[in-house]
Design a protein around this ligand. Structure first.
Ligand code: URA
Length: 269
């Protein structure tokens, strides 16, 4: 549920201030009822909102995936003035927010969306969404360490849930792939620190049904329709129509209209 003026402003009706004015002046209806109260909360996905009788169309839902580099904060802004992940995204018309966070020193898969319900569900602890990390540690990950990671480790905020652990490389510097279902603060680093295995590099390579794949560090991509559906279904939401963001600065190449185009038929490109 969101405040009516925020929903109107996000849908591009007018600025937040102007939307407040429209509400107070009685131009706005929700499910056919006039609303003049500023704090009024609505569910933009299920309620019909109109201004002067004209339905307000909600922003289409979009999702982007970034391969976050280290040395970027995963927030929209940073009080300390550090570089944010937002600076790596293309200019899009929709208002995107990161789905959770990766530490400043962590790289890898980070999703962005304007779908608040999707974000909320993906991050809710009860959903147990699987996150897979590739962890490079100092030292060898012996049998006992693997057992403790798999069974759960006592941290200051309680035992960790069982994890799936796979050793990819063993040596003075070892590489482990670990799948966890929780999202506690600095969880993976703290799990390995508890085993006296300092983390040298940490990269998230999967989030729920979405894998990072071969995307280069610092690059972004949209999801494909199958990933889109899988992500929504992983949190028991019916997928909205598949969409990609609107890139206001991108020139779309369209075939020139010529007299040879068949009459009445639109180019599908
Ligand atoms: N665990 C961590 O320790 N750091 C992250 O960024 C993500 C998971």
């Amino acid at each position: 549920m969101e405040r009516l003026q925020k929903v109107l402003a996000h849908a591009g009706v007018a600025s937040r201030r102007k939307c407040e004015q429209l509400i107070v002046e009685g131009h706005v209806t929700v499910d056919g009822q006039k609303v003049t109260e500023l704090g009024f909360k609505v569910d933009p996905d299920s309620q019909a909102i109109a201004v002067d009788g004209k339905p307000v169309k909600q922003e289409k839902k979009v999702i982007l995936l970034l391969n976050k580099p280290t040395a970027y904060v995963s927030t929209v802004s940073d009080p300390e003035g550090r570089r944010t992940v937002m600076s790596l995204l293309p200019t899009v018309a929709e208002r995107l927010y990161p789905v959770g966070r990766l530490d400043y020193d962590t790289s890898g898969l980070l999703l962005f969306t304007n779908d608040g319900t999707l974000t909320e569900r993906l991050l809710h602890p009860s959903r147990n969404i699987e996150k897979v990390y590739r962890v490079t540690v100092e030292g060898t990950v012996d049998k006992e360490a693997r057992r403790r990671l798999a069974e759960g480790i006592e941290l200051e905020d309680g035992m960790t849930a069982p994890a799936i652990v796979e050793v990819m490389k063993q040596g003075p510097e070892s590489v482990v792939q670990i799948a966890i279902h929780e999202g506690r603060n600095r969880q993976v680093r703290r799990m390995f620190a508890a085993l006296d295995l300092p983390v040298k590099r940490l990269k998230r390579i999967a989030f729920g049904p979405i894998a990072l794949g071969h995307l280069k560090t610092g690059e972004w991509r949209t999801l494909d329709p199958a990933e889109w559906k899988a992500l929504y279904r992983s949190v028991e939401l019916s997928p909205p129509p598949y969409a990609t963001p609107t890139f206001p600065n991108r020139k779309v190449e369209r075939p020139a209209r010529t007299s040879r185009s068949p009459k009445g038929k639109r180019s599908r490109r």
